[in-house]
Write a protein that binds this ligand. Sequence first.
Ligand code: ZN
Length: 289
Amino acid sequence: MDKRYEADTVSRSNKVFPGSGSMIGLLKGVARTTGLRRKHVVSARMYCERNVLARTKRNRTRRGGRILCYHSINQPEAFGLNDVTPAQFKRHIDLALGWGYRFVPAAHIAATGGSDKDLAITFDDAATSVATQVQPILADYDIPWTLFAVSGWSDHATPWARENVLAWRGLEDLLNKGVAIGSHSVSHPDFGRITQEHAVDELVTSRREIERHLGFAPDVFAIPLGQSMNWTPFAHAAARETGYKIIYAQAEETRPEGTVPRTFISYYDHDAIFKALLGGAFDRWEEWV
Ligand SMILES: [Zn+2]
């Protein structure tokens, strides 16, 4: 998993999830006494939260479509708990189609709200597997999808990026195949912790670099990390000023004002969890990895 993600794990989240608090406390205690590595605690905590919340009955507070957020397929070393298997990904699509959902572009839901049976697929970070796995699968199903690229990572300036993320040529290929591409910043920072000057640079430079390499200036932006704490009113105003018309965040009920919600998918999302998340079980849950 990228170090930037790892830095935002257990220590930063102090949310209480219905029914899972005591389990999380227990896990932390066990970890302290046994010396379990943090990544194991993170995995166990995420597993508990996903399963406990999936069994909690909740009603959606908003009508309309839902935008799913994936990261990678078969790249668990780089993307950790955000990674899914090809079989899991296809299973999600088959289940949704079987339940009467239809897949539409994310921008359609963002612009219109969509209908209750509208779903959209987005991928963040431009992992290499979006070209090798996601594109062939979604082309087979004829499902439109949107990709959010981190311009500095697609420059391939670091070994981690070269190994795990698509370079500009790969993005251009996907664009030519009809994939919608948006910005996910230059360096994937936490906008809640950077200076205003830095925030403006992330917004402006990533848009300019995408235009320079791909020939168009994107008008959609996905907030890195994506929690409500990772965004500010200043960043929001600056994003609008920069030319971003749609700003994608996370949970339906906790997202910053003016942003469009997405529902994050995790490695643990088997059939029952996937069904629950489509029904709204995670509409107050923000991924903290
Ligand atoms: Zn990201």
